[in-house]
Design a protein around this ligand. Structure first.
Ligand code: S3P
Length: 450
């Protein structure tokens, strides 16, 4: 598990053109939800294209601990025999969610209205992250939680036998919080209502509908009002997980900044609540096109084609777009360093409570590579040096954060000097084939002796 093993120092050396087809793995958000909803349905859910990264494998393990049967065929097809809404059994042991905030927060929601007690833990990164944002609304159902100071893991939740339905306005833009409340609402009688002021990824709502729950979303002056009718019988589904736009971001951005590149990234989910990075890159002048646009499994999908774009300009990223690209700001900052002019990113304080403080992690590493970055509590800006002008040469700390590690390795592909990261092991949480995939396109990535 990431952060539990030996660190893997890695270096990315400036490389020639990146070319070819980049088949990135399945969507992490949709993969977690497929396993959890599969475990809450009655009967067998079949999943293809599941992301087999450590985060999702930890969720699969957790679903087994709650009594679901979860198996994998040799060809990578997964089967989940669910126990039904409210049917989770009490696990015999602590649930270790590794590095995954999504895993732990969604599972907390799913067990919160079952009469069981569960202790959760994670790695050094996850055990620093705030959980009160989930346990506060779960307390409204009647769920109790006791954790470390500041609402940190390890933490025990005592699920409630007779939950009441909840009406909750989500105070931070967070799909994890929204989803936790909805999953808890599944086993509450009556209607649970979640209101979000800013739209966040809507995979939970789409998937609940697919599994046969009664769920509606209304856009009102108050925001998006999501109403779920409790205690449905969820019907098992056949799910084809689309490829992850957040993983696609790495080969796409690498191609845009590496001279002569032309990379095709096929079958990428372009749900509007996730695709903000690609819109931003196009506004910066990236040669990024959508080919073969289609709908697959209820989600919009396209093949992305990214070509070297030496004339990109820094922009002010619209704040209202933040939630739709929240995981992509680290790699956007790498593109911004290679653009002309300043890129300003505002309304992004959530970046400070991800797997790491992503503003701090990127700002320090970019500065170590010769890039000027300014930052405040909920904003940061990167002064672009223009294509090919980033000095590089730094060793950057990844802080147990997969996206930080991958972003700096992308930076090294187009810098003047190599860029190193102290630990590439967290990459396995979301993008286990990152090294061979990027190497196959022409990147020069090497593991150093520790
Ligand atoms: C996710 C939601 C986002 C995102 C995370 C995945 C999800 O977190 O950063 O990688 O699958 O619901 P927040 O809900 O904290 O914004």
């Amino acid at each position: 598990m990431s952060g539990h093993g030996t660190p893997i120092p890695m270096t990315s050396t400036p490389c020639g053109p990146l070319a070819g087809v980049a088949e990135v793995p399945g969507d992490k958000s949709i993969s977690h939800r497929s396993l959890i909803l599969g475990a809450m349905a009655v009967g067998e859910t079949v999943i293809t294209g599941l992301l087999e990264g450590e985060d999702v494998l930890d969720t699969a393990k957790a679903m087994r601990a709650f009594g679901a049967e979860v198996t994998r065929d040799e060809d990578g097809t997964w089967h989940v025999h669910g126990v039904g809404v409210g049917g989770f059994a009490e696990p015999d042991n602590v649930i270790d969610c590794g590095n995954s905030g999504t895993g732990v927060r969604l599972i907390m929601g799913a067990m919160a209205t079952c009469p069981i007690a569960v202790t959760f833990t994670g790695d050094a990164s996850l055990n620093k992250r705030p959980m009160a944002r989930v346990t506060d609304p779960l307390a409204l159902f009647g769920t109790q939680a006791v954790g470390r100071a500041g609402g940190r893991l390890p933490m025990t939740l005592v699920g409630v036998a007779d939950p009441v339905p909840v009406r909750y306005v989500v105070p931070v833009p967070s799909a994890q919080v929204k989803s936790a409340v909805l999953l808890a609402g599944l086993n509450a009688p009556g209607q649970t209502v979640v209101i979000e002021k800013e739209a966040t990824r809507d995979h939970t709502e789409r998937m609940l509908q697919g599994f046969g729950a009664e769920i509606t979303t209304e856009v009102t002056e108050e925001g998006r009002v999501i109403t779920l009718t409790g205690r449905p019988e969820l019907k098992p589904q056949t799910i084809a997980v689309p490829r992850d736009p957040s993983s696609a971001a790495f080969p796409v951005c690498a191609a845009l900044i590496t001279p002569g590149s032309d990379v095709l990234v096929p079958g990428i989910g372009l749900n509007p609540t996730r695709a903000g990075l690609f819109t931003t890159l196009r506004e910066m002048g990236a040669d990024l096109t959508y080919e073969n646009e289609r709908i697959e499994g209820g989600e919009p999908v396209a093949d992305l084609r990214a070509r070297y774009s030496p004339d990109m300009q820094g922009i002010e990223v619209p704040q209202e777009r933040a939630a739709s690209m929240i995981d992509e700001y680290p790699v956007l900052s790498v593109v911004a360093a290679n653009a002309q002019g300043t890129t300003m990113m505002r309304g992004v304080k959530e970046l400070r409570v991800k797997e790491s403080d992503r503003i701090e992690a990127m700002a320090s590493g970019l500065r170590a590579c010769g890039v000027t970055v300014e930052d405040g509590p909920d904003w940061w800006s990167v002064a672009g040096l223009g294509a090919g002008n980033v000095p590089g040469g730094g060793t950057c700390a990844s802080h147990l954060d997969h996206r930080i590690a991958m972003s700096f390795l992308v930076l090294g592909m187009a810098s003047q000097q190599p860029v190193s990261v102290d630990d590439g092991s967290p990459i396995a949480t979301s993008f286990p084939i990152f090294e061979p995939l990027m190497g196959g396109l022409g990147a020069a990535l090497a593991r150093e002796a520790g």
